[in-house]
Design a protein around this ligand. Structure first.
Ligand SMILES: NC(=O)c1ccc[n+]([C@@H]2O[C@H](COP(=O)([O-])OP(=O)(O)OC[C@H]3O[C@@H](n4cnc5c(N)ncnc54)[C@H](OP(=O)(O)O)[C@@H]3O)[C@@H](O)[C@H]2O)c1
Length: 238
């Protein structure tokens, strides 16, 4: 890895790679730690400035109100613990490196919640979605621009919160997806208790940016509109 970095000699590295199987990490925490904890450490020590993408899952979700950069971390899942280990390794390697916590990503060319909802609407015509987890849906195209901006700002080290502006629940997100795409679907709110998964999720993972040098992303609803346009274009191009 270090020789690859010295061969390419980049100005900065934006590390999006991660073990992202949140449920799978519960039984494979050691393996996830290698990718999410050791990987960023290697990159942070390789020379160039590192922009490390991290997650809202470093928080336990018990806070009333949005999480700011300095709030105490307390991950509830193995995935969150391994991502936090990566953060701590990067911060220990130097304050010129940046941690960018984001959340609830969706983007073209990848599996995501929007595509899952649209497929379920077609396949089943009805879907139940949890209405007791709050967060900030984030269009990856918007996040990518912000990551680039942060990478170009050599003074922007430390922790950033960077997610779609505003907040909603997964149910609220699904409702907007069906309304904005004109997709008929019988949508019912449910609770996390009714939809148990191996890894617990934070009930509140709304991220707020308090730093003036953090790029502010468009509203998540704008992110959704832009995504719907982008996927139409991809479909039209066949
Ligand atoms: N998805 C979300 O809602 C969300 C929310 C907050 C933060 N994040 C963070 O955002 C980043 C991107 O997430 P994502 O959901 O877009 O992830 P993703 O689609 O699962 O992509 C992860 C990428 O990491 C690569 N990767 C995994 N292990 C690797 C290894 N050992 N060496 C090299 N590459 C490796 C994967 O390559 P292969 O395809 O070849 O396996 C894949 O391209 C991650 O840091 C994640 O923790 C995601």
């Amino acid at each position: 890895m270090t020789s690859a970095v010295s061969d390419i000699a980049p100005d900065a590295i934006i590390n999006c790679a991660a073990w992202t199987d949140v449920d799978g990490a519960e039984e494979h925490e050691a393996e996830a730690l290698v990718v999410n904890g050791d990987g960023p450490n290697v990159l942070a020590l390789a020379g160039p400035r590192l922009i490390q993408v991290s997650t809202d899952y470093v928080f336990d979700g018990n806070k009333q109100g949005a999480y700011v950069e300095s709030d105490p971390t307390a991950p509830r899942s193995a995935y969150g613990r391994t991502k936090l280990a990566g953060e701590l390794n990067v911060l220990a390697a130097g304050d010129r490196h940046s941690i960018v916590r984001t959340a609830w990503l969706f983007g073209v060319d990848g599996a995501n919640f929007v595509e899952t909802m649209l497929k379920l609407a077609v396949d089943r015509g009805a879907v139940s979605v949890v209405d007791d987890q709050r967060g900030c849906p984030t269009n990856t195209a918007h996040l990518a621009e912000a990551l680039l901006d942060i990478s170009l700002d050599s003074g922007a080290g430390g922790i950033h919160h960077c997610a779609g502006a505003g907040e909603t629940t997964w149910f609220g997100f699904a409702k907007e997806i069906f309304e904005r795409t004109g997709t008929p679907c019988d949508l019912t709110p449910t609770t996390s208790d009714q939809f148990v998964r191996p890894a617990p999720r934070p009930a509140n993972s709304v991220l707020e940016a308090t730093r003036s040098d953090t790029p502010i992303l468009p509203a998540w609803t704008q992110g959704l509109d832009d995504y719907i346009e982008a996927r139409k274009t991809v479909e039209e191009q066949g």
